[in-house]
Design a protein around this ligand. Sequence first.
Ligand code: NAD
Length: 456
Amino acid sequence: MTTSRITADVAALRASADQGLARPVAARVTELEALRRGIRTRRRDLQRALAADLGKSATESSVTEIGPVLAEIQTAVKNLRSWTRPERFSPGTLLAPSRGSIVREPLGTALIIAPWNYPVNLTLSPLVAAIAGGNTVLLKPSELAPATSRVIRSLIEEHLDPAWVRVVEGAVEETTHLLAERFDIIFYTGNASVGRIVARAAAEHLTPTVLELGGKSPVFVDEGTDLAIAARRIVWGKFTNAGQTCVAPDYLMATPATLEALVPELREAVREMYGRNPMRSADYGRIVSERHFDRLRSLVDDDLAVVGGTAGADRRQRYLAPTILAGASWDHPVMAEEIFGPILPLLPVEGPAEAIARINAGEKPLTAYVFSPSHEVEERFAEQTSSGSLALGLTLAHLGTTAMPFGGVGESGHGAYHGKAGFEAFTHAKPIVRKPLRPDTLRTIYPPYRAPRRRI
Ligand code: NAD
């Protein structure tokens, strides 16, 4: 795509935002319903594309990709009128008599840059929030999920108004052109090094950003936890989408005794979900690219593998077995950065205090997970660690609710979305204060402030 075409697309979207096309609430609802129709009509194409790009099963695609977008649409359509209603406030005695309200104003034209790992959900859920907020939108799907990117583009072109939403497909070159344009908000999901590129480009135009990044999301399993249930919840959260999930448990900490008891439960949970040979399981995904496959394979130390390992790994199919490593040290390469694949290292700690200290020694994660029978231990993690969110007794499934703002903190990003939080991310909270001219109470605060000096 040429630079001039990108510039023309942005200009068209800006013109329609300026003309107020995306402002009327009824029009936003109509556009969201058109998106819903498009997704339903093209559901099979989306599922096929997700299978081609990431080996996702139709069920996993429904649960983690298409379903969540439809839920976002449903929530927005149902609540948009109440979200857009001005919120009254009292400016207080100093300004009395007066009235105040806060209106949620559309930001204008949004740029959404999406990643490859949940290429439907993470492209279209922010789109729902941007439309709900009354913005025109330029969407940039990830080139690393090319089949999905193509279907999304044709779906949008067939079902949505081109004055409202446009799609630019492409990679670094196209995104670089896009980032040189001026937008009113940039919503980026992906890794933190590109996040910095986005933030720098946005600073040039003072454009606000939402950065949905990643990091190493820790799990702590406390003594006395029901290990069979915890193991299933951890295995599911870790190996869904072959571990390529921003909030996937990255590493697991427990005391040596708990780890020893947990390993057989984890092994059993992997076998229950993916069978003896996960390569043959229709429910186990593939690594997105050979580059990522090579990176992940090099992290697997077969001597440490208590589940899986590199035997059976297949570069051509980009298959790497669900793998659990025991006995890796804290300075093992697997602990150097976000794993983002089907490898779970188990690390011994003395107890909650050391687990908390280890979390605090790293960057703030997107999510932290704690499995503990003790409310007091849960509270310690809540108070003494910082993360985008904290999930107690579950992994991953907490993203399934539109009632929870989802986003990172520090190195895992800033800003949040899902449900009302998404609407808020794409709008400006504008206070409006109204004061009648009479009585002229403001006279009391005009200068001169000092009483005139008396002449002696
Ligand atoms: P990716 O490679 O698809 O990149 C994301 C987007 O950035 C793509 O659209 C890509 O075209 C664009 N991009 C890449 N290089 C660029 C450059 N040099 N300049 C401008 N744009 C560029 O996806 P990824 O970054 O590999 O995604 C994985 C990361 O995203 C992980 O760290 C993961 O934790 C994080 N993630 C976060 C969330 C979340 O919601 N917080 C969700 C999914 C993934």
